[in-house]
Design a protein around this ligand. Structure first.
Ligand code: NOJ
Length: 723
């Protein structure tokens, strides 16, 4: 979006506005339909008439937004319409899997489709902006917000971000973007020390350039409407006032001309960070860094008049921010139709029947493509015709929890639980249910009920993990594990002797005890898979759907391994279990429980003929890397192929693997297809010590295969000869 210009209408408005009205436009206040931060002293509905607020968050529903808009348009002096923002993160009413799960579909079209669907639903509820996508690369499962991310990889986050922006911002029949996207949190929020939310991050310039910034660059290139700076400080610079990154990089170098919206209360929190003495200084820092909208802190409204008097800001800077907000409102059509999509003025066609069958179908498809099969000993799954099933665990019949955190307007009443899904799928079987344990703590009666339920069962479906309140914002955990009471239930299930299918429902990879990983016959990362989690899991367990998802995040063995990720730089003393003097741990194996990209299918695939179309390359060349993939199993299935590269000798150390591309290929039994990746040689450059892109003559390795595990990859080399 280009927001710095101005139409005659915007210019005329600007000329009439008082300072207070201008500051109102750049102030966003929260209403209380949902609480996403500390409540403020405001009653925003009453402040609208005074022109004291330009946008609201956390309010939706045609009735409410229409009333708020009426006050703005009909009762405020200048009648400037409001816009409404909300965290529509993984669905609005139809809830799709949490992002860490859906990322594992590695399916760009799905990522876009679920965002488009969310936009249609949210738009009908009067929402204009979503605070999504969240594209913070995250590598530490202690951090509760890992659930909102697309995982550990910069390229996956970048592609996920692009697809989301396309989906949210898809145009309606009038050619107006349905839902403006706000990419967040710029930047390095995923690197908070110790995985503790709101903590500092110490990231080198190389870490920023290579890991944390590329997803934002991708969203800017895709035309994202807004960016939200992170709450935190990065290497001593509070992001909400980070002039170098916001103004010099984002605005000047990347030419981002959309809105910069502060995080919740983040401008006032510059005082807590110790970089501003009072609200006027905090407001000046943020405004001068390029932040247009103050979410919830009042620092702009109360602090900027004083900052003006003190000469800390100029009226031009304030005007620039106001102009951007007004231009945004104009571009999303609010001046022409302030009640856009707010019933009853909206046409019937524009108001989707939420949770209509086609919406549920998309949610179910998304869930099926996000649930990862991690273990399937003795081909226990699919479970074709069990006579009796014991369904155990606090997540088996937990309609609200399966929606996960940030479930927007999602309602547990619309959710179909795992128990319901299994009962429908296995209608002929005796399906018994017992919760067995609360989320935390233990309950002897529940345990006894579970003991009865599992007696004589052909198989046990064990649904344990986290409640929706155990991951998300401000929900870091020092022990990202399955709570003890649930583990007691798991032990009882294993000791019964019946085969156990462990479905881990969570917002993060959870550390599992060895006995559980070894003892469970089948293991699935079922995540919080949304409204249709139940039918989706049942379809996978019964074989109606062949699982195809992969982990977008390395699954650790133990908390002490965190942060854990595949893209390590080589050690001078590479890990060798036979040699003490090498990198690793005394008390834990070096490798993770499961690697990035791992995930099983009910069929098997083979790769052959890895090849390149040319082996000597110059900087401007393109190179095709191809491999033949064959379905050598007994049913149709979908394989994911990853392309990594490695630069083995450079002026600086380079990661052992860098993801360059990924694709999915659907294959019938016995079918072979060729997967072709086209790589721009220039994209293989690294930044040298002077921060200049560079590629040295010599070999570059391509590693192609099914995951980041060594044994899942084949290698082919090309030679760079510039010349
Ligand atoms: C704080 C969170 O950090 C941010 O992601 C969210 O968009 C805002 N609250 C608004 O709810």
């Amino acid at each position: 979006m280009k927001l710095s210009g101005g139409s005659a209408r915007v210019n005329a408005l600007m000329a009439q506005m008082s300072l207070g009205e201008k500051l109102g436009q750049i102030s966003m206040l929260a209403d209380g339909l949902v609480e996403t931060g500390p409540p403020g002293p405001h009653n925003p509905f009453n402040m609208i008439v005074d022109g004291r607020v330009g946008s609201l968050l956390n309010v939706w529903g045609a009735h409410l937004v229409r009333e708020a808009q009426r006050r703005a348009v009909e009762e405020s002096r200048l009648g400037v319409p409001l816009f409404f923002g909300l965290d529509v993160v993984h669905g609005h009413k139809s809830i799709h899997p949490v992002p860490i799960a859906e990322a594992g579909s590695f399916d760009r079209q799905l990522w876009e489709a679920t965002a488009r669907d969310s936009a249609i639903e949210a738009m009908a509820d009067g929402v204009h902006m979503t605070f999504a996508p969240m594209i913070d690369v995250a590598r530490d499962a202690r951090w509760g917000r890992i659930v909102e991310t697309a995982g550990e990889d910069p390229l996956v986050n970048a592609e996920f971000g692009r697809a989301r922006v396309r989906g949210y911002q898809a145009r309606d029949e009038k050619g107006i973007m349905r839902l403006a996207a706000c990419a967040k949190h710029f930047c390095a929020y995923g690197a908070v020390v110790s995985g503790r939310d709101y903590a500092e991050a110490d990231v080198s310039w190389r870490g920023l350039e290579e890991i944390y910034l590329p997803p934002f660059r991708a969203c800017v290139d895709e035309g994202v409407a807004a960016i939200m700076p992170a709450f935190i400080d990065v290497a001593g610079m509070a992001m909400t006032g980070h002039k170098r990154l916001l103004r010099d990089m984002l605005r000047a170098r990347w030419r981002f001309d959309g809105l910069i919206v502060s995080d919740y209360n983040a401008i006032a929190e510059l005082i807590n960070h110790g970089v501003a003495a009072d609200a006027p200084e905090a407001a000046a820092l943020a405004l001068n860094a390029g932040v247009d909208i103050d979410m919830m802190s009042d620092a702009y409204f109360n602090g900027l008049p004083i900052a003006l008097e003190r000469g800390l800001v100029s009226m031009d800077e304030i005007d620039m921010a106001v102009r951007r907000v007004l231009n945004f409102k104009e571009q999303i059509g609010l001046f022409d139709d302030p009640y856009r999509n707010m019933a009853p003025s909206a046409s019937k066609e524009e108001i989707p029947k939420t949770l209509a069958p086609e919406r549920r179908a998309l949610s179910r498809q998304a869930a099926q493509r996000s649930i990862v099969l991690l273990k399937n000993e003795g081909a226990l799954l699919p479970l074709k015709a069990p006579r009796s099933l014991a369904v155990l665990g606090p997540l088996a019949d937990a309609p609200n929890d399966q929606l996960g955190p940030w479930a927007s307007a999602g309602d547990g009443q619309d959710a179909v639980t795992i128990l319901a899904g299994l009962r429908e799928t296995y209608a002929q079987a005796d399906v018994r249910f017992a919760k067995g344990a609360p989320f935390e703590g233990r309950d002897e009666d529940e345990l006894e009920a579970a003991r009865k339920a599992l007696a004589g069962a052909d198989a046990i479906i064990l649904c344990i993990g986290e409640s929706r309140m155990m991951s998300g914002e401000a929900l870091s955990r020092t022990k990202p594990e399955i709570p003890a009471g649930q583990l007691e239930l798991a032990r009882m299930a294993l000791e019964s002797g019946a085969p156990v299918v462990l479905a881990i429902n969570s917002g993060r990879p959870l550390v599992l005890p060895d006995w559980l990983v070894e003892g469970a016959h089948a293991i699935l990362a079922a995540w919080h898979a949304g409204t249709e989690a139940g039918p989706a899991l049942a379809a996978i367990l019964s074989g109606a759907c062949n699982p195809s998802a992969r982990l977008a995040i390395t699954w650790p063995r133990t908390t002490g391994q965190m942060p854990l990720f595949y893209g390590l730089r080589p050690s001078g003393r590479p890990h060798d279990p036979q040699n003490t003097w090498t990198t690793g741990y005394y008390d834990c194996p070096f490798d993770p429980c499961w690697s990035f990209g791992q995930g099983l299918s009910y069929t098997r695939f083979a790769r052959a003929n890895l090849r390149v179309d040319r082996d000597a390359l110059d900087l401007d060349d393109l190179v095709s890397v191809s491999v033949d993939v064959t379905n050598i199993g007994t049913c149709e299935g979908v394989e994911t192929i990853f392309l990594f590269s490695r630069d083995p000798v450079a002026q600086v150390t380079r990661p052992m693997l860098e993801l360059r591309d990924f694709t999915k290929v659907a294959l019938r039994q016995g079918e072979t297809r060729t997967v072709v990746f086209v790589v721009k040689v220039r994209d293989l450059c690294y930044l040298d010590e002077d921060r200049k892109p560079r590629l040295d003559d010599g070999a570059i390795q391509f590693h192609v295969g099914a995951s980041a595990r060594r044994e899942d990859l084949e290698r082919i080399d090309v030679v760079i000869a510039q010349g």
